[in-house]
Design a protein around this ligand. Sequence first.
Ligand SMILES: Nc1ncnc2c1ncn2[C@@H]1O[C@H](COP(=O)(O)OP(=O)(O)OP(=O)(O)O)[C@@H](O)[C@H]1O
Length: 280
Amino acid sequence: MQQDDFPVRISGLVNRFGDQTVHDDLTLDVRKGEILGVVGGSGTGKSVLMRSIIGLQRPVAGQIEVFGNSITDAEPDEEIGVRCRWGVLFQGGALFSTLTVGENVQVPLKQFYPELGRELLREIAQYKVMLSGLPADATSKYPAELSGGMKKRAGLARALALDPELLFLDEPTAGLDPIGAAKFDQLTKELKETLGLTVFLITHDLDTLYEICDRVAVLADKKVIAVGTIPELLATDHPWIQDYFTGPRGRAAQAAQARESKRAMSSNSRAMDKPAGKGA
Ligand SMILES: Nc1ncnc2c1ncn2[C@@H]1O[C@H](COP(=O)(O)OP(=O)(O)OP(=O)(O)O)[C@@H](O)[C@H]1O
């Protein structure tokens, strides 16, 4: 694999707050076009890792490259070119409460493309809102007028504003009901496939991991202790990985995915059995 095959490369990362070491010699590569699930117990440093990648957290040591550009060495001005190639959905959406959804989506557009006219800004924002599965009239609403699920979608619309190649999602399904969470998962997968995105997805949601993640990176002991497909992870004997994936919730998610695959296969084979011709 070549440099271009890894939009994000992290090596030797160290993050500390006072005498608390969060990451110690952490290494991780994100492959182009994958949905990489990032899991780990609470406080293991998943969000700090994401913030380090997008330049919001200055690490104590280590190298982070995004699209071949060093984030760790760069001056703030140098990062701009790379920054517009990613979008971020923060935990809770992080929408500006005094702006409408449409105006929220316009924020990064105005920042990176100040020359865009008002009408074009409005049209792009409207398109991103609809791409995120919100009704068109959500554009003129304020965050306080939206449900939790709609806020996530509004945050997603803003993350997609600049047509990113790389999308960061921090616990996108947290707080959603199971149906809303499943719909958000499907939307993420569809966006990845249609827009050719690479997705860095922090989650505690086992259904999300089983349904849409190509690989999963596990944070524990201040490092990424394993990265691979779920079957590959299951083949390791790390106790946290075993507890996480084979505990009651892990087994339930695995069973749900097996049922879903069976249902998809039987509806595919019914479609193939159908005789072609008039009315078929
Ligand atoms: N700005 C900060 N100042 C001091 N400590 C911080 C700061 N940001 C994060 N931490 C600490 O770093 C550790 C990792 O935090 P982080 O938010 O990355 O965890 P996480 O794995 O995302 O957790 P969760 O799954 O609960 O969201 C925590 O102990 C947290 O208190």
